[in-house]
Write a protein that binds this ligand. Structure first.
Ligand code: ASP
Length: 329
């Protein structure tokens, strides 16, 4: 078994367990294993010395509330501020959202690493133990200093703001379609090809605002966007292609953006938004002139988390635009 020096581990690691498939067992897969149980199943973790373990939740990630997510992220940040490398084990369904949240709240040097599993703990070829071992290796690694929040899954390291769940059931559940992984974990050692950009940390007092996602679709008359704008504190509008909407949706977007913070992203997973290539009604020029904030390099769920954090931090439209500026070209 490799020693901590051979692995390059330099800091204590704290596991925050929240449930998810990595912890699930039984005929109808339900959370059954706490953080201590997960650790006990991986003898190789002994190389990292004593892991601190906290059981925060025991839920499928689809049942985690925004308040619980904020609590988990705050605890992770507090542990990182205290110098611990942090691993969060979580269900893969909503892992992207918690990763983005941690990335936005986290300004400390010690890394926060999220992981999980697509196969239950008792399934043949369960991926949880390998993912957890890799995540702990990254959380403890000297090279991970200043890395921010990342996702470690299937031997790859992904930046929190670009990672997406790309496979519902397979062991390579996560990818970064826009940029590719930023690194690999090989034999317990971290290799990095890139260091993700970090933004000044936000400190939302809550994530209690209502932010709805409305996606463009062929022939959409804008009715859903109008209805969402009537009940929401903020909107994420997912435009076609390089930032385009149907005429009906454009009109609804203009009305909404006069009243609420609206963030525009795009449908392609390798999305980007043009500025002045097209001139038809509903083209990127119209969207950019609507008053909406454009963040095409964020997925819709990540953009929603970012807007929730901005609203929870009391930012107005210009404040939202400043926070999201790194996600536009
Ligand atoms: N399929 C999910 C998982 O991988 C269930 C969940 O998100 O909790 O954990």
């Amino acid at each position: 078994m490799a020693t901590s020096e051979e692995i390059g581990a330099v800091r204590r690691v704290r596991l925050l367990a929240t449930g998810g498939t990595i912890s699930m067992r039984g005929e109808h897969a339900a959370p059954a294993l706490g953080g201590g149980d997960l650790v006990a199943e991986i003898p190789q973790l002994a190389a990292f010395g004593g892991l601190a373990v906290e059981d925060l939740l025991e839920l499928p990630s689809a049942q985690i509330t925004l308040g619980q997510a904020l609590d988990v992220a705050r605890r992770a940040v507090a542990a990182a501020v205290a110098g611990d490398g942090v691993v969060i084990s979580i269900g893969t369904d909503a892992l992207e959202e918690l990763a983005m949240l941690c990335g936005l709240l986290h300004g400390a040097e010690a890394p926060i690493v999220l992981t999980g599993a697509n196969r239950t703990a008792q399934a043949p070829g369960a991926d949880g133990p390998a993912n957890l071992l890799d995540a702990v290796a990254v959380a403890g690694a000297a090279r991970a200093a200043g890395l921010g929040a990342t996702v470690v899954f299937g031997g790859e390291v992904h930046a929190a703001s670009t990672v997406r769940k790309v496979d519902s059931t397979g062991p390579t559940a996560f990818g970064s379609p826009l940029t590719g992984p930023i690194g690999r974990v090989v034999g317990g050692r971290l290799w990095l090809a890139a260091i993700p950009r970090r933004v000044p940390p936000l400190t939302p007092v809550s994530l209690d605002h209502r932010v709805q996602i409305v996606t463009a679709a062929l022939g959409d008359d804008g009715a859903l966007l109008r209805a969402a704008a009537g009940v929401a504190d903020g909107l994420v509008v997912v435009a076609f292609g390089a930032g385009h909407l149907t005429p009906g949706m454009l009109e609804a977007l203009r009305d909404a953006a006069r009243r609420l913070p609206v963030v525009v992203t795009v449908r392609p997973e390798r999305g980007a938004m043009l500025r002045a290539t097209y001139g038809f009604e509903g083209s990127e020029r119209d969207l950019r002139a609507s008053g909406a904030v454009c963040a095409p390099f964020l997925s819709a769920p990540a953009a929603r988390i970012a807007l929730l954090c901005c609203l929870g931090a009391g930012l107005d439209r210009d404040g939202v635009a400043a926070v999201l500026a790194p996600w536009d070209a």
